[in-house]
Design a protein around this ligand. Structure first.
Ligand SMILES: [Zn+2]
Length: 163
């Protein structure tokens, strides 16, 4: 692995718990991932196996959370679906600025938009093991989530931590 900053050869470092802020979410931690460090510039990079699988796993958990989507979660799911803010604004018949206000937390994400976006995630990706009828089940079994811990063992497994 080469450093993305200076292209020097990096050194395999420790296995660590990593706060995955690159997801755009503030409550996702990766357990047992490998940190690589660069002896030249000091940059540290985390190695994430199967990044697409990780996005799938996070999206699946967020969709099943009990409370209203936060702005960051809304943005995560919207990007996960491959939609720009303008795309979603058009679909939800609101102004582009309204989407920004939801995503930055200026305005609370309305309940209708929350459910609609979850529904789009559940039905919008063909490679998911969800069916349309799963939505009710998921909404009924929603759980409180304080933070998420993801661990890679052949695939990404996510533990929901409520405290
Ligand atoms: Zn470097």
């Amino acid at each position: 692995m080469n450093c993305s900053h200076c292209n020097s050869k990096t050194i395999r470092g420790k296995s660590t718990r990593y706060h995955y802020v690159e997801s755009g979410l503030s409550h996702v931690y990766l357990k047992g991932v490998t940190l690589w460090s660069c002896p030249s510039c000091g940059e540290e990079e985390v190695e994430i196996p199967d990044p697409a699988g990780l996005q799938d796993a996070i999206a699946r958990v967020i969709v099943s959370k009990e409370s209203r989507l936060t702005g960051k979660e809304f943005r995560f799911l919207r990007s996960y679906l491959g939609h720009s803010g303008a795309d979603i604004a058009a679909r939800f018949a609101v102004a582009r600025e309204t989407i920004s206000r939801w995503e930055t937390g200026v305005l609370k994400v309305p309940g209708s938009a929350d459910v609609a976006l979850r529904y789009m995630v559940l039905t919008g990706k063909a490679n998911h093991d969800y069916k349309v009828t799963d939505l009710n089940e998921i909404l009924e079994s929603r759980c409180r989530i304080k933070f998420l811990e993801a661990k890679f063992q052949d695939e990404w497994m996510i533990e929901k931590k409520s405290a």
